[in-house]
Design a protein around this ligand. Structure first.
Ligand code: G3I
Length: 350
């Protein structure tokens, strides 16, 4: 019998997946069987985001997150918390007063402190690592002008790491971002991490999300990012991996109407299935990435896929709703794709 992913990567790095609510509550039996068999690390795809954990000020909702952490413990998995501070999916009340005006700096810092400390202390000693700050640097390397940045200033990052560390001194704490292979963005993130560290911040690692396409980014740039982040003296991890087979359209590229149409549900050439040639191309791309991660296994502590089966993936709905994409390792019936054995075979080479 062939090895499972977690058996194959046992001495390399953790191999993880994001879980949705149907998986956390074990309603999706087929998916859950794959999770238990193949993965040894889990992250919540949505239920630990602040808009779900604290929809109204002071009113916390922990049912789903509690269940997620318990699932990981019952199955002896590494449990990752995602995400404490993010410009997106933060409830609207977080930034405003009763009249709808931006709150003063001290108020937002206090709300951040309360949110982070309430959440992190609840799972103290049970969540292995937290994505403390998500996506604070833009593709051009500048600070994202989020509400956190505008109201608090760049120190919001420093403070977030401080509050998380106070709540659970033993938890690993991460900065997490996408498109980290873009040189300007890589440099911006590295400068930010250096600042946090210089100010005494407890940052244990940097997550490369790795929402990739068939032709983008280049492996050379990804490798430079792995080496650059590792040089900062932090762990490097792949936190949200998927590979879209559909053309890469980024919203900030100002996709033209024609371009959008070309890849709508109506005109997607793979709406009914993935032809063998395209599956092989996807497989080659996955193998190339895993080959690179294995080459740097001394620096990479975890590789997490952003979902179990293709049907679960956010890629089906973004950037154009309703398309059918094939970005993960398991198909819509939770069968491993043909190239999963090739990924496993990489670990057996001397
Ligand atoms: O749960 C609500 C439901 O109550 C409501 O009726 C419904 C109507 O819109 O929305 C449901 O929430 C959705 C949520 O997923 C759970 O299904 C949100 O609308 C939807 O925006 C949300 O999308 C998630 C997205 O982050 C935004 O939070 C995706 O599933 C998730 O895969 C994606 O993950 C992000 C990472 O957190 C950060 N990095 C990028 C990555 C991909 O965008």
């Amino acid at each position: 019998d062939s090895l499972t992913l977690k058996e194959a990567f046992k001495d390399k790095f953790f191999i993880g997946t994001a879980l949705n609510l149907d998986q956390i509550w074990e309603r999706d039996i087929k998916a859950v069987a794959v999770v238990k068999k193949q993965f040894n690390s889990i992250v919540a795809e949505n239920c630990m985001k602040s808009m779900f954990l604290q929809p109204q000020e002071g009113q916390f909702y922990f049912k789903d997150a509690d269940r997620f952490v318990a699932f990981g413990e019952q199955n002896k998995m590494q449990v990752i918390g995602h995400t404490l501070i993010w410009h997106s999916q933060t409830p609207a009340w977080f930034f405003v007063d009763k009249k709808g005006k931006d709150v003063p700096r001290e108020v937002l810092i206090e709300r951040m402190r309360k949110h982070i400390q309430t959440v992190v202390s609840r799972y103290k000693g049970r969540v292995f690592g937290w994505d403390v700050v998500n996506e604070a640097i833009l593709d051009n390397g500048e600070w994202r002008k989020s509400k956190f940045y505008q109201i608090i200033g760049p120190e919001f990052i420093q403070l977030a790491f401080q509050f998380a560390h106070e709540a659970d001194p033993n938890a690993e704490l991460y900065y997490n971002d996408y498109s980290t292979a873009i040189p300007e963005k890589r440099k911006g993130i590295m400068a930010m991490v250096q600042q946090v560290k210089a100010a005494g911040g407890h940052i244990s690692g940097v997550g490369m999300q790795e929402h990739n396409a068939l032709d983008n980014p280049s492996l050379e740039e990804v490798e430079k990012t792995i080496l650059g982040f590792a040089d900062l003296g932090v762990k490097v991890m792949v936190t949200e991996m998927d590979i879209s087979v559909l053309p890469h359209v980024r919203p900030n590229m100002g996709a033209e109407i024609g371009e959008r149409y070309a890849y709508s549900k109506e005109t997607n050439p793979y709406e009914k299935g993935l032809p063998p040639g395209k599956m092989a191309e996807l497989g080659k791309r996955y193998v190339a990435f895993f080959n690179l991660y294995l080459k740097h296994q001394d620096k990479i502590s975890r590789v997490t896929l952003w979902g179990v089966g293709d049907g679960d993936s956010w890629k089906n709905g973004w950037p154009i709703p309703g398309r059918t994409d094939y970005p993960l390792l398991f198909d819509r019936h939770y069968q491993p794709k043909p190239f999963v054995k090739d990924i496993i075979a990489l670990t057996q080479k001397k």
